[in-house]
Design a protein around this ligand. Sequence first.
Ligand code: AGP
Length: 364
Amino acid sequence: AMVEKGAYRHFMEKEVHEQPDSVQHTLSEYLDLVTGAAKPQSVDFAAVDRIQIIACGTAFYAGQIGKYAFEKYAGLPCDVEIASEFRYRSPALTPGTVAVAVSQSGETADTLASLTWCKAQGLKTAAVVNVHTSSMAREADVLWPTHAGPEIGVASTKAFTAQVSALLALAVAAGVARGKIDATREAELVKALFEAPRLIAEALQMDGQIRAIAHDLAKATDVLFLGRGAMFPLAMEGALKLKEISYIHAEGYAAGELKHGPIALVDEKTPIIALAPLDEVYEKTASNLQEVAARGGPVVMIAPASAPAPHGAGIRRVDAPDCHPLIAPLVYAVPVQLLAYYTAVQKGTDVDQPRNLAKSVTVE
Ligand code: AGP
C-alpha cells in the first residue's frame, strides 16, 4: 500500500511522530513486557568473544550506541566500523566474533559486501535490518528485525531509534546470557526500555521549545553538538541530520574532547547543542559547557529540568523528560531530530528529499 503523509507536512515529521509505536513494536520483538524478561536468542552470547558492528551513516551511529550498551551491560567487547573502511582494509578478526550489519534498507552496498566477506571468513553473521526481505536479511545467518515500518524521508529517524531499540534490547539479552545481569536487574532494565515509548511521546511535546531554538539555528553557518557516553554518537547523529536537511555545517564531538582542539572554533556565532541527560557523566558535561560559555559560545543545554544548573552566562536550557540512562539515546533522539527538522523548514529546504542524497546507497 502507498504510504501517505496524512496531516503532516513532510514524511520526516510523520516518521518522527511514529516513534512511540515503532520503538514499542521493535522492543516487543526482543523483550517480554509481561514477564519482564529478555527473549532467548539463537546467537549464544555466552560463547561469543566479540561483536563487530558494520554500518554506514545513521546506522553507524546506532551501532556506536549499541557498542556502549554491549560493553556496559553484557561485558561483551564490541567494535563498530564504517562499512566502506571495513570492507577495504583487511580487518583482523577472531573466530569467536559475531559480525552484525546494521541497516535500514538492507541494501547498502558497502555494508552488504562487508557482511558477505565476514560470512566467507567463517564468522557467524547477523543483520539488524528494517526491510526484512532485503539482501542483508537473506545473507545473514541471523535476522534481527527492526519494526519501524516503511521509512520514506531520506533523513533516517524512526529507523534509527528502532535500530537503537533492537541493539539495547540485545545488549540486555547478552548480559543475561553471560551472567552479567541477574533477574532483578533484568526486570529493571526491561521495564526501563518499555518506558521509552511513553517518554518519546513526552519528548515530542518539546516541539515548541525546539522550534524557538531552530529559529536561531537557521542563521548559523556552523553548529557543534556535544555529548558524553551514548550521547556522543547521538551528537554525531544530530550533526549529520542537521547537515543533511538544513545544509548547515555541523559536527558532533565527545564533550571531553573539546579542549583538544574544537574549542578553538567557539565564538558568539557558533551555537553549541549539548545533550545532557542526568547520568553518571552529567557533571562532567556541565563543566565542559561552562568552559564553552566562558568563551562566548551560545550554549543550548538539553537536560531534564531537575538537572542542577551549570553556572555561567549564555547557557539556555531546554527541558527534556527525566529517564533511565539506558533509554536516554531513544528519548534524546527526538529533540535532535526536531531541531534538524524545524531548522530545515525555517530555511525552506526540501526536507524529504535533500539535494545530492539517495535513500539507499546501493552503489559505492
Ligand atoms: C541517514 O539520515 C542517511 N540518509 C544515511 O546516513 C543512511 O543512514 C545510510 O546511507 C545507511 O543506510 P541504510 O541504513 O539503509 O544501510
